[in-house]
Design a protein around this ligand. Structure first.
Ligand SMILES: *Cc1c(COP(=O)(O)O)cnc(C)c1O
Length: 457
């Protein structure tokens, strides 16, 4: 019998209308937004693939939890529920709630960072890098060598290059390493999974040099799915057990609950070490809130506790990963270069290859992102030289790859939305040669992609 379609494992109880616009209207909207998709209004967008962060649809049980939220300033029931859920999952005794992932990063890396310090990661996510560099410290990426060839299959392209990391440790001295951060899945590296084998090797490396091992656990459920599928030892394991095993290896984690906790806002920092946790708690109180809410309302904490349970359900994870792969496979079949294999939360288009006539300093990724919007009202995000390129006295330094990320919100779009996106790609392919690059006319000093202004060339 042929395999059956993997269906959305939910039915829809509440709908939110989306807005159709014409190409003429969209050309005007994007011009007014200075060709930066972050500056568009959401009503001007039809299919929003800007991010999978904070864009999840919550379940009936999560909404029910919202009604039960205990809004007490200190020691709220909702805090205890969230704390217990995170403690059960991670095994870490010290848990600090934060309003989102980057608040946890600012606290932890603000404390561990400073000039002369270095942080090592499979790939630092943009807010991770910004929080580290803001303290004067250096952030060094050591992605697995398989990452260099975006089209070549490797089951765990998110892995950290252990040898490269060891070289960095030797060069800077282990006493200057603030932390080794393993990002699962590896967001900037293509949403690619990290193997348990690699996580164990990272643990051993950290033990050898007495370095702190921090998990950036934003998408640890999606990562667990890939381990289950691709790492023989775990073929019979439950997804949550796989995640727990990975948490056990590390000394702590930061998590943006806006990803795999299936909520619209929230995050946390969880640590094994008491002294470090106390130092972080002092910083938490200054900028986030008291230790039992950290900038979250009771109802947010209820939704996080429930979301962390739901995200490990087998039917959910199977649908989640399959629907992302479906989009990626169809685009690949049309000859669109994509990062292969397809990752967990997003499809990454290789705009550098697709628009090979546009050089990196003219931002081919930005050009493709703008085309997707003009042709179809689809909003993705450039992950290339706009985000990671730099210009200094020596000139222009491009990012390693010029990508456009189509991030899929969790439980939000149906297969027909996805099929529409696939159709729009035909129009873009037809006019590929006509596409032109962009130049930046205004930019801020940090995270310029959020607010830079562009002009078409
Ligand atoms: C989203 C994200 C963060 C930052 O979390 P926010 O909730 O957006 O502040 C950090 N690391 C990774 C890998 C992420 O995807």
């Amino acid at each position: 019998m042929p395999a059956k379609t993997i269906i959305e494992p939910f039915r829809i109880k509440m709908v939110e209308p989306i807005h159709a616009t014409t190409e003429v209207e969209r050309k005007e909207y994007i011009r007014k937004a200075h060709y930066n998709l972050f500056l568009l209004n959401s009503d001007e967008v039809l299919i929003d693939f800007l991010t999978d962060s904070g864009t999840s649809a919550m379940s009936a049980e999560q909404w029910a939890g919202m009604m039960r939220g205990d809004e007490s300033y200190a020691g709220a029931r909702s805090w205890h529920r969230m704390r217990e859920e995170i403690h059960d999952l991670t095994g870490y005794p010290h848990i600090l709630p934060t309003h989102q992932g980057r608040a946890a990063e600012r606290i932890l890396y603000g404390y561990l960072g400073g000039s002369g310090k270095v942080f090592i990661s499979n790939t630092h996510f943009d807010t991770t890098r910004a929080n580290i560099e803001f303290t004067g410290a250096t952030a060094i990426d050591c992605p697995h060598p398989s990452n260099a060839d975006s089209a070549k299959y490797y089951p765990f392209k998110g892995d950290l290059d252990i040898e490269a990391a060891e070289k960095v440790i030797r060069e800077y001295g282990s006493e200057n390493v603030g932390a080794l951060i393993l990002t699962v899945t590896n967001n900037s590296g293509g949403g690619q999974p990290v193997s348990m084998h690699n996580a164990r090797a990272v643990r051993d490396l950290c033990k050898k040099y007495g370095i702190r091992f921090i998990l950036d656990a934003c998408r640890i459920a999606e990562n667990a799915y890939f381990i289950h599928e691709r790492e023989e030892e775990f073929a019979e394991h439950d997804f949550r057990e796989i995640a727990m095993e990975m948490f056990r290896l590390a000394d702590g984690c930061i998590m943006s609950a806006k990803k795999d906790a299936l909520v619209n806002i929230g995050g946390f920092l969880a640590l094994k070490d008491k002294t470090l946790a106390e130092a972080c708690q002092n910083l938490l109180i200054i900028t986030e809130g008291f230790t039992t809410y950290g900038g979250l309302s009771g109802r947010d904490m209820e939704a996080i506790a429930q979301g962390l349970k739901e995200v490990f359900r087998a039917d959910y994870l199977k649908y989640r990963i399959r629907s992302t792969t479906y989009l990626g496979e169809k685009l690949k079949d049309k000859g669109v270069p994509v990062i292969w294999p397809i990752g967990g939360h997003a499809v990454y288009l290789d705009a550098g290859k697709f628009y090979s006539h546009i050089p990196p300093e003219q931002f081919p990724g930005q050009a493709l992102a703008v085309e997707l919007y003009i042709k179809g009202g689809i909003r993705g995000v450039e992950i290339g030289s706009v985000m990671f390129g730099k210009t200094d006295e020596q000139g222009f330094h491009p990012a390693p790859k010029e990508l456009v990320r189509l991030a899929i919100p969790r439980r939000v779009y149906t297969q027909s939305h996805i099929d529409y996106v696939i159709e729009i790609m035909d129009d873009i392919i037809a006019e590929k040669e006509k596409a032109r690059g962009y130049r930046i006319v205004k930019e801020p000093p940090f995270l310029r992609h959020f607010s830079a202004h562009f002009e078409p060339l």
